[in-house]
Design a protein around this ligand. Structure first.
Ligand SMILES: [Cu+2]
Length: 179
């Protein structure tokens, strides 16, 4: 009986170790945060590109310009709002939470520290379709998340093995069933 229990513990330890180690070998290392540059062009009533992808932790630089009238670039979740006047290279940028005025800048810069989908939309009324002028920033999670999932699955399987009834019980049950 003691040896069965010991075997279970060893089994659980092996599964747990696999749960921790396998993801470390099979998933690529987390991407190093890097500088990402984007050129976003606004016109009635869209952004080009309308979807941008970065990895969590990246430093994002957006050069934003307008083709026709003055357009805005309000990025949800990142406290960024910018304005671009057609034909002008510079921008006006502000951080809405700081209630500050717009200051001129060459580009929008922020660190993509939150993962998820964040809409960017026009913050300057530019015509009848203005409310529909939007795009989306997708911040991919750091792959450490994959390793955390591997650890969790390993723990679950180890726990499952520990509480699983011993090998004898199915035999007892089948013996109890009348032939
Ligand atoms: Cu607009």
């Amino acid at each position: 009986m003691g040896s069965i229990k010991k075997g279970k513990w060893v089994g659980a330890a092996v599964v747990l170790a696999a749960g921790i180690l396998l993801p470390a070998f099979t998933t690529p290392p987390p991407p190093q945060p890097q500088r990402r540059d984007f050129n976003i062009i606004a016109h009635k009533y869209a952004y080009e590109p309308s979807v941008i992808h970065v990895n969590q932790g990246d430093e994002v630089h957006v050069r934003f310009s307008s083709k026709d009238v003055t357009h805005g670039f309000f990025l949800e979740g990142y406290d960024v709002d910018a304005l671009s006047e057609a034909g002008k290279t510079g921008l006006l940028v502000r951080h809405p939470s700081e209630t500050g005025n717009f200051t001129s800048a060459q580009e929008i810069v922020f660190k993509a520290d939150k993962k998820g989908k964040f809409r960017y939309r026009c913050s300057m009324t530019c015509g009848y379709m203005h409310p529909f002028m939007m795009g989306v920033l997708i911040v991919e999670p750091n792959s450490l998340f994959g390793q955390a999932m591997g650890l969790m699955i390993g723990l679950l399987i180890a726990g499952f093995i520990l509480v699983w009834p011993s090998g004898k019980s199915p035999v007892l049950v089948s013996e109890g069933v009348p032939a």
